[in-house]
Ligand binder design. Structure first.
Ligand code: SAM
Length: 285
């Protein structure tokens, strides 16, 4: 019996597993990380190809099954089992991450992987189809938003395979897709919290222009609060007739993005906007 709360949907189609392993282009020297190995269907297919495989599984019952499966084989010594929540467990160094993950941890797991240093070479992960589409969405696509902009700032992402429900036991309610994630190097030299802070604002209302968003009172108030903190840290004295609204307006005018909408802006353009704000002392954290 499988625990639905833990997203336990076992991959039963060996062709899908083989395909995922192939997409990872494993090398014999690789250290691989697998999240949620479950009963080990993918685990046993990875082991012959790599130097070391670290798995992280929350369900101790399944860990027992996995251990039984590799016991007495030459692969046991390559396998390192971490028992616990993948979101709370410290990951060791790894070259490649390969996993059919529990879908409820998709977003935090992607960011945990992207913030892991040193960088991995690539990750091949199974996601719910809609989440995968949000990850790879491009400016102008319906699903382009904060998630895509946050992830694509740091990585190249592609859907490499579509996987129907019936490849799993029990079948999940949703269709799935396998995504390949490859960190970009060098990474952009910006404060990621600040980047996300700006994305929260510009993607707040999908149909509003950048100009309109930065005229919203709540947004101006937030900008002013951050600006005052910045000025006090830098010992900058504010003019008596200082108007945050006018200053923000000026930054936008100069940037040329006033009439743009975030939903159709490239990451590079969003970066230009962030730099324009930062260069005038406006911050988003
Ligand atoms: N990899 C196996 C396969 O493809 O047959 C099982 C995949 S199943 C979709 C997800 C697995 O992740 C389950 O074994 C579940 O117990 C485990 N899991 C759920 N939440 C987890 C978490 N927070 N950390 C680590 N593992 C988790």
């Amino acid at each position: 019996t499988f625990n639905k709360d833990l997203g336990q949907h076992i991959l039963k189609n060996p062709l899908v597993i083989d395909n995922m392993v192939e997409k990872a282009a494993l090398r014999p020297t690789d250290v691989v990380l697998e999240i949620g190995p479950g009963t080990g269907n993918m685990t046993v297919k990875i082991l012959p190809h790599v130097k070391k495989l670290v798995v992280c599984e929350i369900d101790i019952r399944l860990v027992g099954e996995l251990e039984k499966r590799v016991q007495g084989t030459p692969y046991r010594s390559k396998l390192n089992i971490l028992i616990g929540d993948a979101l709370k467990t410290k990951f060791p160094f790894f070259d490649v991450c390969l996993a059919n993950i529990p879908y409820q941890i998709s977003s935090p797991l992607v960011f945990k992987l992207l913030h892991h240093r040193p960088f991995f070479r690539c990750a091949i992960l199974m996601f719910q189809k809609e989440f995968a589409q949000r990850l790879v969405a491009k400016p102008g696509d319906k699903l382009y938003g904060r998630l895509a902009a946050n992830v694509q700032l740091l990585a190249r992402v592609d859907i490499v395979m579509k996987v129907g429900k019936n490849n799993f036991k029990p079948p999940p309610k949703v269709e799935s897709s396998v995504v390949r994630i490859e960190p970009i190097s060098p990474q952009p030299d910006i404060n990621l919290k600040e980047w996300d802070g700006m994305l929260r604002l510009v993607f707040l209302r999908k149909n509003k222009t950048i100009g309109a968003i930065f005229r919203l009172k709540a947004v101006i108030d937030l900008m002013e609060k951050n600006y005052r903190v910045y000025c006090s840290l830098k010992n900058i004295k504010l003019d008596d007739n200082f108007s945050c609204k006018e200053m923000v307006e000026k930054v936008l005018e100069e940037s040329g993005f006033q009439e743009s909408r975030a939903r159709s802006m490239e990451i590079d353009q969003l970066l230009v906007l962030l730099c324009a704000f930062n260069s005038k002392g406006f911050h988003f954290v």
